[in-house]
Ligand binder design. Sequence first.
Ligand code: ZN
Ligand code: ZN
Length: 55
Amino acid sequence: MAVTPGKVCVSCGRLTDKYVEFKCPSCGSSTIIRCYHCRETFTKYKCKECEFEGP
Ligand SMILES: [Zn+2]
Ligand SMILES: [Zn+2]
């Protein structure tokens, strides 16, 4: 019943309520969710649509 707050970070796979959300700069169709921790530590993310990797 409970609504899960936040989303899953694509870099670390953790559920987070502090995140940034943006479209993949390569294909533009996939939404990238990135937690603040990964953003601060510049952890790589990978687009699940086109496998683009970026900081
Ligand atoms: Zn993360
Ligand atoms: Zn992509």
